[in-house]
Design a protein around this ligand. Structure first.
Ligand SMILES: Cc1cc2nc3c(=O)[nH]c(=O)nc-3n(C[C@H](O)[C@H](O)[C@H](O)COP(=O)(O)OP(=O)(O)OC[C@H]3O[C@@H](n4cnc5c(N)ncnc54)[C@H](O)[C@@H]3O)c2cc1C
Length: 435
């Protein structure tokens, strides 16, 4: 008897309410054959499908809900060429050659977003490359940000990075909350769900089969092939790609991957449209912005609304307390928003790893994966799709610290939530006392 699967509703986000329509993909029924079956239709899965199809192979994509239901449809749309580990830290721990390679990969990731947007004509993604300002909330963090920027200029050749004084950051943000900052011109912003929809429509138009509401329930081996079973069908393929990131525990077939990630809830609020004068005075250069606090918060202006993101509730559900904390932080930076109602609040799970780096590669000779983007995955997951295709073709791309062998299972997995709570509490304390 077919197992029953109840698809989950999409996040009630600003992105969902302003998204370009996406066709309804079929539910998989019966058995199909492919060269590669990809589990998960976020950026990782769709980009992998695109690059695999480009190699002349046949991919099939299985999505448990609708494409973009996961983090790819609900993120902040901030595009950055970085990892959670700094390049300077990588240089100190692993040497110059490794730091340079990771730097190249980071830049390649922002380039590929531009390439994909252009290849599929995804104008609705409204990709901008206007840069990101890292705004310092005190002199100690400003000094650290400047040191880092100088090092990046000197050692990694990031010539365009610019130091901003307090006045310039005030002009940039419209806020007096910061003592200075650093501008990274290569970063950008995107409408994340329209980017995802454009990718899905684009690859479907080129003949890639995407099945929605078709979760992988079981993966088994038969005659040297993998059979991925869904409630009403199955895909028979030579290789399987697991692209389920922090939602890997939706079913038993992919749940084991969740043990390598600490899921961390990230939340976003969006205000009502601001009156024209006020909108014009906040973030006039249209960049994206982050703070130097450990419990990092970020913000940007989209369609005259302030979008503000940061840590969400602990555990499986949203909580009003977490959204209230974000609102309070936003008003702390922009007091003029005190009376502005919020139009949208939503959240999603970010996949953190023990070494703060994503990982990609083989689990065995017929299973590949890429995940653990640590909250900076819009660009990186798009790039990992290209690298997954290279692995599928039997190549060994040089992925440095992202190599699958470095992915560690979380020790004491059942204790991950209390551990995250403890670390977050400590960070909040340090931020509060200005350390
Ligand atoms: C609130 C939030 C804000 C963020 N902000 C930013 C940002 O501003 N910039 C940035 O760079 N990154 C950001 N990120 C991170 C970024 O969104 C992710 O790293 C990226 O989208 C991961 O893409 P993915 O394709 O690997 O996973 P996902 O997009 O999560 O896709 C995984 C898919 O797998 C499906 N799935 C799971 N199990 C199964 C199964 N058994 N069978 C079939 N399908 C299955 C899920 O339904 C889901 O659609 C943010 C994340 C969140 C949650």
């Amino acid at each position: 008897m077919a197992e029953v699967w109840t698809p989950m509703a999409s996040a009630n986000s600003l992105w969902a309410s302003t998204a370009t329509p996406l066709r309804t993909f079929p539910v998989l029924s019966g058995e199909v054959q492919a060269d590669v079956v990809i589990i998960g239709a976020g950026y990782t899965g769709l980009s992998a499908a695109h690059h695999i199809a480009k190699s002349g192979l046949v991919p099939v994509v299985l999505e448990a809900n609708r494409p973009g239901w996961g983090a790819s449809g609900r993120n902040g749309g901030v595009i950055t060429a970085k990892f959670r580990q700094s390049f300077r830290g990588i240089d100190a721990a692993h040497g110059r050659a490794m730091a340079k390679r990771m730097h190249e990969i980071a830049y390649e990731s922002t380039e590929i977003v531009e390439e994909l947007v252009s290849e599929f004509g995804i104008t609705a993604a409204r990709l901008t490359r206007t840069g990101q300002v890292k705004a310092a909330h005190n002199h100690a963090t400003l000094k650290a940000a400047i040191d880092e920027a100088e090092w990046m200029k000197r050692e990694m050749g990031d010539a365009e990075v610019r130091i901003l004084d307090a006045h310039e950051v005030r002009e940039e943000t419209g806020s007096t909350a910061f003592v200075g900052g650093v501008l990274n011109p290569g970063s950008g912003g995107i409408h994340p769900l329209n980017y995802l929809h454009g990718l899905a429509e684009g690859i479907a138009a080129r003949g890639v089969a995407i099945y929605q509401e078709s979760p992988a329930l079981r993966i088994r081996r038969e005659n040297g092939l993998s059979i991925v079973e869904t409630p009403e069908g199955a895909v028979r393929a030579r290789q399987v790609i697991i692209a389920t990131n922090s939602y890997s525990d939706l079913t038993d077939a992919t749940r084991h991957m969740q043990h390598t990630l600490v899921p961390f809830r990230s939340a976003i609020i969006a205000t009502d449209r601001l009156p024209h004068n006020l909108a014009g005075s906040l973030m006039p250069s249209g960049r994206t912005y982050t703070e130097t606090k450990r419990m990092m918060r970020w913000f940007r202006m989209v369609d005259d609304r302030v979008i503000f993101g940061g840590r969400g509730a602990f555990g499986k559900q949203d909580s009003e307390a977490a959204f209230d904390a974000l609102r309070k932080a936003m008003v702390g930076i922009f007091p003029e928003l005190n009376d502005t109602p919020l139009a949208f609040k939503w959240s999603g799970l970010v996949g953190m790893t023990l070494d703060s780096m994503p990982h990609i590669g083989r689990l065995d000779d017929h299973t590949l994966f890429s995940m653990g983007y640590n909250g900076a995955g819009v660009a990186m997951s798009s790039l990992m799709g290209r690298y997954l295709a290279a692995f599928v073709r039997g190549e060994q791309p040089e992925v440095g610290l992202l190599d699958a062998s470095r992915l560690k299972v979380i020790p004491f997995y059942p204790l991950r939530e209390p551990a995250v709570r403890m670390v977050a509490g400590w960070y909040q304390f340090l931020d509060a006392i200005g350390q």
